[in-house]
Structures are given as C-alpha cells and as structure tokens.
Design a protein around this ligand. Structure first.
Ligand SMILES: Nc1nc2c(ncn2[C@@H]2O[C@H](COP(=O)(O)OP(=O)(O)OP(=O)(O)O)[C@@H](O)[C@H]2O)c(=O)[nH]1
Ligand SMILES: [Mg+2]
Length: 299
C-alpha cells in the first residue's frame, strides 16, 4: 500500500512535473537570476497567480542554501496552519456544501459520508439539489453505499425546505453529522445565489449555531476564475473551508496556494481522483513537499 505522501505525489504529478523541471540536476546549488525567473514563470503556469508567484520567489531568494528548500519554506508560509473543524455545542455537526456546477460536490459528499460512517458516526444527508431527479438519485446511491441516511423530496421541491427538514430531523433523531448537498450554481447567477443565501438562513433557523462549516468545492483545473468563485460564495454562503478537486487532471495545483493565501480559508481536503481514497485530507507540509523535487532521495 502506497504511503500518504506517495499517493499525494502521484495525484499531483502533473503540477509537480512543471516545478520539478525547473531544478535540473543540482537542486541544492545557487540559482541564477534567469533560473529564478524561470521558477517564477513555472509558478504562474501552475496557477499560483502572478502576484503570489512574485512574492514566493522574492521570499525564497532571501534564504541562503538550497533553492528547493527555500522555495518549499516560502510556499509553506503562504498556507495557513491547520485549524480544527468547528464542533457544535449541542446536536449534530452540520455541514453545508456549495460550489459551481460539476466541481465534485455530490461525489465529495458521498466520500465524506463514508469517512464519517467508518468512524462510527451516524450521518444524515439532505438532497437540497432538487433541480434534477438524476441529481437526487446520484446522491442516494452514494449515501446508501456509505451506510448513511438520506432526506429527499420530489424534484423541483424548495431546496431551503429540504435543508430545513434535514437539519431538524438530524437534531430530533440524534444524528452525529448532517451534510447538505446543494445544486451547482455559477456565482454570477443572482437568483441562484439568493437561493443559496436562503438555504443558509433556514439551516441557521433549524439548529442554533448551524451550519458549523460551509465547504466550497472548487475544481482545481478551473484557472483564475476560481478566485472570483470563492470570493462570491464566501460573501453569499459564508464559506469556512475549501475542498479542491480534480487536481489529478491538471498542472494547475498552485491554485490551492493562491486561494489559501488570498482568502486565508483552510483547505480541508483535496481530490486527486474518483476513488474514495482519492479524497485526501489536506496537509500543508505534505502538499508543498509533493509539488517540489525531493531533496533527500534522488528522483
Ligand atoms: N478526476 C477526478 N474527478 C473527480 C474528482 N472529484 C470529482 N470528480 C468527478 O467530477 C464529476 C462531477 O462530480 P459531481 O460530484 O457530480 O459534481 P457536482 O459538483 O455535484 O455537480 P453538480 O451537482 O451538477 O453541480 C464526477 O464524474 C466525479 O467523479 C477528482 O478529484 N478527480
Ligand atoms: Mg451534485
């Protein structure tokens, strides 16, 4: 069985390749002006964003010694330290999951529900994406596989009503965890963003202190648009954490650094594939290590 770090490196392989290439042969040596410029360009290509790429390199260049190590420390310093997930004083932990269409919300909820039930927790999931019958069925399959329970209504039902019912039932029946799936929506769609704000409001009415966390699922391959997505969802839904998926399919893993740096939001999980174990808990040290050449053993 591959170690956590091995699996992470494999999942981030495409992003890693772009950066590893910048350190040919002697990774511990001093770099020239031109080489640092190339590294800055590689960071921009990896979707760190221009402003952050410049800052990362300027920071790294202040340290003496190995360039890889200097860049690793510079990247690590942009990621917030781990903060514990919010816990309720009473009743279930209520998690609202939001994001743009197709980013991986429903599959991620399926995986999270599985992780929680495996920890012995009783999990209730609400199908507040009521637009398509297929969306409800997709969630139902995941929830059954996870050994969790589902609250669903007919397609076209009011998403806020489903969310309210789910939280109330979770509280009344003593569940440990309640997770609400929501429909994907583009952040510029005022009507759907208002609807999301309403879902959040009714969840807060159904249980004091809820939602304890609001996690936005972002597609890691989205590019710079991810920044406005997170900005707008945070404004409307009060995002408290991020899950960045599909990092296996992209060389743009630097987006994780850019989002964490810009918004100071904890990254809770990253998705590096479609299987259950491909939803990996985010570890800042391991993430940064996985993006850069290995200084200990030759590659
Ligand atoms: N390669 C890869 N695929 C992923 C990852 N996470 C999710 N997917 C795939 O992305 C696709 C969309 O996932 P969904 O969970 O349906 O996305 P969603 O956000 O619920 O979509 P809507 O409800 O339509 O907004 C599915 O085929 C998932 O298997 C990942 O980390 N890597
Ligand atoms: Mg979905």
């Amino acid at each position: 069985m591959a170690s956590f770090l091995q699996r992470l490196k494999k999942g981030l392989a495409r992003s890693r390749q772009g950066l590893v290439r910048m350190f040919p042969g002697g990774k511990a040596s001093e770099l020239s002006e031109h080489e640092w410029q190339d590294i800055e360009d590689a960071l921009v290509m990896a979707d760190c964003g221009v402003e952050l790429a410049v800052r990362l390199v300027a920071n790294a260049r202040k340290s003496k010694g190995s360039a890889v190590e200097a860049l690793r420390m510079s990247m690590r310093s942009m990621l917030p330290d781990a903060v514990p997930v919010a816990r309720p004083a009473h009743g279930p932990f209520v998690l609202l999951v939001v994001g743009v269409n197709g980013t991986g919300k429903t599959t991620t909820i399926g995986k999270l529900a599985t992780l929680y039930t495996r920890q012995g927790k009783r999990v209730l999931v609400g199908a507040a994406d009521t637009f398509r019958a297929a969306a409800i069925d997709q969630l139902a399959v995941w929830v059954e596989r996870a050994g969790a329970d589902l609250v669903r209504q007919h397609p076209g039902a009011d998403p806020a009503a489903v969310a309210y019912d789910t939280v109330q039932r979770g509280l009344a029946r003593g569940y440990d965890v309640v997770i609400i799936d929501t429909a994907g929506r583009v952040q510029t769609d005022k009507g759907l963003m208002d609807e999301l704000a309403k879902v959040r409001r009714v969840v807060a009415k159904a249980q004091e202190g809820a939602p304890h966390e609001v996690w936005q699922v972002v597609d890691g391959g989205t590019g710079q648009n991810a920044v406005v997505q997170v900005q707008k969802f945070r404004e409307v839904a009060g995002t408290t954490g991020l899950i960045v998926t599909k990092l296996d399919g992209t060389a743009k893993g630097g987006i994780v650094l850019q989002l964490a740096d810009r918004f100071g939001l904890p990254v809770r999980y990253i998705g590096v594939g479609e299987a259950l174990e491909d939803l990996m808990p985010f570890d800042a040290d391991a993430f940064v290590e996985s993006l850069l050449p290995d200084t200990i053993t030759a590659e």
